[in-house]
Design a binder for this molecule. Sequence first.
Ligand SMILES: Nc1nc2c(ncn2[C@@H]2O[C@H](COP(=O)(O)OP(=O)(O)OP(=O)(O)O)[C@@H](O)[C@H]2O)c(=O)[nH]1
Ligand SMILES: [Mg+2]
Length: 430
Amino acid sequence: MDAAELSVIVPVLNERENIARLLPRTRRVLEAIGCSYELVVVDGGSTDGTAEAATAAGARVIRQALPGYGGALREGLAAARGTFLLTLDADLSHDPDFIGKLWRARLRADVVIASRYVRGGVAYMPRHRLLLSRVLNAFFARGLGLPVRDLSSGFRLYRAAAVRDLDLEGTNFEVLEEILVKAYAEGWRVAEIPFTYYPRERGSSHARIVAFGLALLRSFVRLWRLRNSIESADYDERAFYSLIPPQRWWQRRRHRLTCAWTRGAGRTLDVGCGSSVILQSINNAVGLDVLQNKLRYMRRYDVPLVRGSLFALPVRDESFDCVVCSQVIEHIPYEPAIFAELRRVLRPRGLLVLGTPDYATLGWRIIEPLYGFFAPGGYKDEHITHYTRASLVELCHQWGFRVEDVGYVFASELVLALRKEDLPALPAAT
Ligand SMILES: Nc1nc2c(ncn2[C@@H]2O[C@H](COP(=O)(O)OP(=O)(O)OP(=O)(O)O)[C@@H](O)[C@H]2O)c(=O)[nH]1
Ligand SMILES: [Mg+2]
């Protein structure tokens, strides 16, 4: 079978009556949309003839091997062959007529959620379940720094690439939050569109509040670690808005220094931009990074981006008026190629803004261990090359950069403004 444009994935457990109503309606909606599609039903061992009903309605039925709703969803996502993957419940709480709206919103983000909790969305649910759902969603969104209202909606449209490589482990309904958090941490965009939810009319519920609650809390702890580690695409951006005062001040001081010097400096290349706000504040910048997830995250801001490494910048000679290289050189081994490349891409008399911790300062020698202790998922263990002001200035001179200005973040992190001068002879790149 050819790959479809859209795979519709329905996890089912004893939903014979519901699936017999859902699938023909879904098919009509998909025919009206006019895309090529496949219907994938993931059966968790139904004993009421659900699988037979699904097969009779023309769906591909998969018998799940992993346990629970989470297992079913993961197997369904893995088995689907579409470019877009849509998941919905069988119990008609998720009206198939809504698929048209999700499909029309498919280019707005990589994950589109049918959301009960955005403006225009409505949830007809028993009051105690609504309350629980709202509290848990607010807790997850706040605690994990996700700008999403309805993290537990199972009615979603995914770009297949956004979920294909996620390493998922949830077996209960907490897999929904897990998918979202991991996709977001990989830099994929998430959007919500308003949706009206109705409770199931037939069949019986599979929600087990206590087991689900415990699974959700365990999952929260793991996801919290991920969100506060540098693995998360928006780590640098979140640090700028951190609620921990020293982290917030640090980021802002660095931003202020760097942006004051690069303001109006012309065409700028931000090498190792990550998801830093600096890239956005320099209005004429191209962002460059080695990490795909950081670049993917920054796409939402419409900044020009390029993937590459400082050892071999994928840009032409002398093509930038200014280069920013902040918090990069301490993460990579020292090689002459670094300075040769920074020099090569800058025009004559161009400006280089270079930032790195100064290991000769008492401040940094105290702060780095503290940072490693309080932010175990942070950057400390990645600092492999230790510069001091003296060693860095010496190197810059060798490579034909004149120091124009010197700044410090909390007397520990050095930021140099350097001017590219003519050099009669460059040091041989060894
Ligand atoms: N394959 C599979 N499907 C499941 C499993 N648990 C639930 N489902 C299906 O997942 C969807 C959502 O389950 P529901 O029981 O509706 O859960 P809920 O919406 O939180 O609760 P209610 O609507 O109140 O029943 C339905 O289509 C179920 O049939 C499972 O272990 N395996
Ligand atoms: Mg339901």
